[in-house]
Design a protein around this ligand. Structure first.
Ligand code: CTP
Length: 396
């Protein structure tokens, strides 16, 4: 496990300040120490007590108050920070940063810290795209500040467009990337299957499942962050492809299997995160199936088991599988592990809250070949991906 890192969260006066409460809460849950600095205007949107409670530390609101743990607050907090994130960042703090102003605690800490700085702008679309705000953001980027682009969507002022604060999970993921450890997967190629498959019935219908692809994409991002080359064989998903991954889009289990076996010789690690359909319609109708009066029977036949195929030519590769179970989780998982000759198996009970399909978190138990079963607490899929890769690295 990594040493506790300290994130300083600067909150400025925008309506999205309430979302920072969730950001702080997530950071704490993921094991970070958190100190919050609020500007005077931020305190008009959210009470400091909220952040005090969620961070477990006094909230720093003013340069001259005595509430924080350090003798000289702005220097103490600036030095304690492993990373400073400003979310939401208003046009005002962005302008102050671009010009080096230090007229309150947050802007002073920005100047006093040597830690990486992540700015998460959130404001009305017209303000955001204005020439001066864009120029200030450019200036910050040139000076090495990381800007997390605002999301698009409906804004508090009623209009729709860019300017929304990204989801707290995405902000945490970016923070993790910026705190990246040594590139312990450099020189290794990680092959990942991800997402659902689609098994055609006719030209307009198919059988699929509820996999979102989030777990596989999180694994891809974390493997890339650790320096791996990533080959991502993905079923259809609405998620943006992880930047830097070589993505091979497929639809059916058979296509996924063929692609995976084709890429296998290049890989050092294979992770089966896809929810592969075990069956496909025996006959795919070339014309749209018309409704009749009675029942319709679709005969299904078995699909190949991709990880079982991989096991046949496993070599020295490290292979990882998932087991989504609804009962007898560990017993079922152990059987899968043996059948598919897996080095690690990530089992989760998909009936548990915060686990499985579509959600951003997972509750998993990792089984090792020596029979150990490590139960992990509920965590983000990004963090689970990191935990899995820690164990993969130890096996390589
Ligand atoms: N898997 C695979 N090919 C398949 C089915 C599953 O590669 N045709 C992989 C999945 O990516 C996952 C693991 O095998 O890593 C377990 O999948 P799961 O569906 O939970 O188990 P199954 O082996 O299909 O068994 P069952 O459906 O009976 O639980």
């Amino acid at each position: 496990m990594e040493a506790t890192r300290t994130i300083v969260v600067g909150v400025t006066g925008g309506i999205a300040a309430y979302k920072s409460a969730e950001l702080v809460s997530r950071l704490r849950k993921e094991g970070f120490a958190v100190h919050v600095i609020m500007t005077r205007n931020a305190c008009r949107f959210v009470a400091p007590l909220t952040f005090r409670t969620l961070s477990g530390n006094p909230v720093l609101c003013d340069t001259f108050e005595e509430d924080g743990p350090w003798a000289v607050q702005h220097v103490g907090v600036a030095e304690a920070a492993d990373l400073l994130v400003i979310a939401p960042a208003t046009a005002n703090i962005i302008a102050k940063m671009a010009h080096g102003l230090a007229d309150d605690l947050l802007s002073t800490v920005v100047l006093a810290t040597a830690a990486p700085v992540l700015v998460v702008p959130s404001m009305n679309s017209t303000m955001l795209v204005s020439a001066v705000v864009q120029e200030n953001l450019r200036t910050l980027r040139q000076r090495g500040v990381t800007i997390l682009e605002p999301a698009e969507g409906e804004l508090a002022c009623g209009v729709s467009g860019p300017g929304r604060l990204p989801e707290p999970a995405d902000i945490v993921a970016r923070i993790r990337e910026l705190l990246a450890p040594a590139a312990d997967l450099a020189g290794k190629t990680v092959l990942i299957t991800s997402g659902p498959t689609q098994e055609d019935i006719d030209p307009v219908r198919f059988i699929t499942n509820r996999s979102s692809g989030k777990m596989g994409f999180a694994l891809a991002r974390q493997a890339l962050r650790r320096g791996a080359r990533v080959l991502l064989v993905s079923g259809p998903t609405a998620l943006p492809a992880p930047a830097g991954a070589e993505v091979f889009w497929v639809r059916s289990a058979r296509d996924m299997c063929a692609r995976t076996l084709e890429l296998l010789p290049q890989s050092d690690v294979v992770i089966g995160a896809a929810a592969v359909a075990d069956y496909r319609p025996r006959h795919v109708s070339r014309q749209k199936v018309k409704k009749g009066d009675g029942e319709l029977h679709i005969e299904l036949e078995r699909n190949p088991d991709i990880l079982a195929e991989v096991a046949r030519c496993k070599g020295a590769r490290v292979t990882v599988g998932f087991a989504a179970e609804t009962e007898d989780v560990l017993a079922n998982a152990r059987v899968k592990m043996e059948k598919k000759k897996l080095d690690l198996l990530v089992a989760n009970d998909v009936t548990m809250e915060g686990a499985g399909f579509g959600v951003d978190t997972n509750v998993a138990t990792i089984l090792s070949p020596d029979g150990r079963a490590e139960s992990l607490p509920r965590m983000s899929k990004e963090q689970l991906a990191d935990e899995i890769l820690d164990r993969v690295v130890a096996l390589l």
